[in-house]
Design a protein around this ligand. Structure first.
Ligand code: NAP
Length: 346
């Protein structure tokens, strides 16, 4: 299966944090991108992509599309042999998990894939899934040397880890739809926490919020022992690109530079900026985190099943099959933070 690079490629949710670097990679290679956005008249939001387009050989054509509207992606996917479906809400503070996360993630994925099936032009779909669809809580890593793509999150629900549930249900829906046809193949990209500077420095993805919180005093008494994986946003873009164009790419792909934790991520910043910011200096005892959880929007169950349990995702497949060479997280974190300082975000 070879993708014709003179045909346009579709990127859903092009104004998003992860999608921004993917669009940049594609137009750097001279490709034409059918970029779907919710509001093509929002000049302020599109200006970062437009600036890139003015400097790079490729082209961006905008299409208005909403995950919640049937047929919304019909026009954008016409003529596209390759589709990157990145759009999906990444929000941790929500009021109604079904309405705010699961419906747009799952119905949105179904909508995009139905449009693709109608167009008959697509040969490959690359879906931005997440490590959240591989495991639900860090406790599930216990007793295993490593966790790989064969694992599925079976524990998240509307009441517990609803974002992870939305990603799991959306990925499952995509695999189900892909099995029912033979026109395109599906490759999923399953990143851990994405960090690094955004194309839009004022991004609203949770990635921005978390890194900002490391420096704004939220964790000045200490950081919870949250073990996570993290990866540079620029590497995530390359992973999508390679998943799209390498004929051998297949299946699910964990994209994660390192297994790390909140305190280590903050310590990359602390080394570069030893004074001036109240970075966390130590780990908060789990009992304190557990007691305080409801005050800061976490459930005690979430703390119980995650804090203190090392995370052990394997990135072997991504290195061997997608040929990824990961950026050190120290660079990702400090580049991200520098961008926040330059833009008065912190
Ligand atoms: P983001 O910047 O908030 O991007 C989310 C994108 O989804 C935005 O472009 C947003 O459009 C779009 N979207 C949301 N609801 C929509 C709707 N109803 N109709 C059309 N578009 C809609 O977050 P991100 O971090 O880049 O996330 C992008 C993808 O990466 C998501 O699938 C997320 O699950 C996945 N991911 C992210 C991380 C991470 O750490 N950041 C890790 C793993 C996986 P607007 O611009 O109009 O709001």
């Amino acid at each position: 299966m070879k993708i014709n690079k003179s045909a346009p490629v579709m990127v859903t949710g092009a104004t998003g944090y992860v999608a921004g670097h993917l669009v940049k990679t594609l137009i750097s290679e001279g490709l034409t991108v059918h970029a779907t956005v919710r509001d093509p008249n929002n000049i302020e939001k599109l200006k970062y992509l437009n600036d890139l387009e003015s400097q790079l050989p490729g082209k961006i054509k905008y299409f208005k599309a909403d995950l919640l509207q049937d047929g919304s992606f019909d026009e954008a996917c016409k003529g596209c042999e390759l589709v990157f479906h990145t759009a999906s809400p990444f929000k941790l503070e929500i009021k109604d998990p079904q309405r705010d996360l699961v419906t747009p993630a799952v119905n949105g994925t179904q909508n995009v894939l139905q449009s693709i099936n109608k167009s008959k032009d697509c040969k490959r779909v690359v879906l931005t899934s997440s490590c959240a669809s591989i495991i639900g809580d860090a406790i599930e890593c216990e007793g295993r040397e490593y966790t790989d793509e064969s694992n599925w999150n079976e524990t998240s629900s509307l009441d517990h880890q609803p974002y992870s549930y939305s990603k799991t249900m959306a990925e499952k829906a995509a695999w189900e739809i892909s099995k029912g046809q033979d026109q395109w193949d599906l490759v999923t990209i399953n990143p851990s926490l994405v960090v690094g500077p955004g194309i839009n420095p004022f991004g609203t993805s949770e990635s921005f919020k978390l890194v900002k919180q490391m420096a704004d005093g939220t964790f000045k008494m200490g950081a919870p022992a949250f073990y996570i994986g993290a990866v540079d946003v620029r590497d995530v873009a390359i992973a999508h690109y390679n998943a799209g164009f390498m004929p051998s790419a297949s299946g699910r792909n964990i994209i994660s530079a390192e297994n790390t934790d909140m305190l280590s991520l903050a310590s990359h910043l602390k080394r570069k900026y030893p004074t001036g910011y109240p970075f966390p200096k130590s780990i908060l005892p789990k009992t304190i985190v557990w007691l305080a959880a409801p005050l800061v929007g976490f459930t005690r169950k979430m703390i119980k099943l995650n804090v203190g349990y090392p995370w052990n995702m394997s990135n072997l497949k991504s290195k061997e099959e997608l040929k990824l060479e990961y950026t050190p997280l120290e660079k990702s974190m400090t580049d991200f933070f520098e961008q926040m300082i330059e833009n008065n975000i912190i």
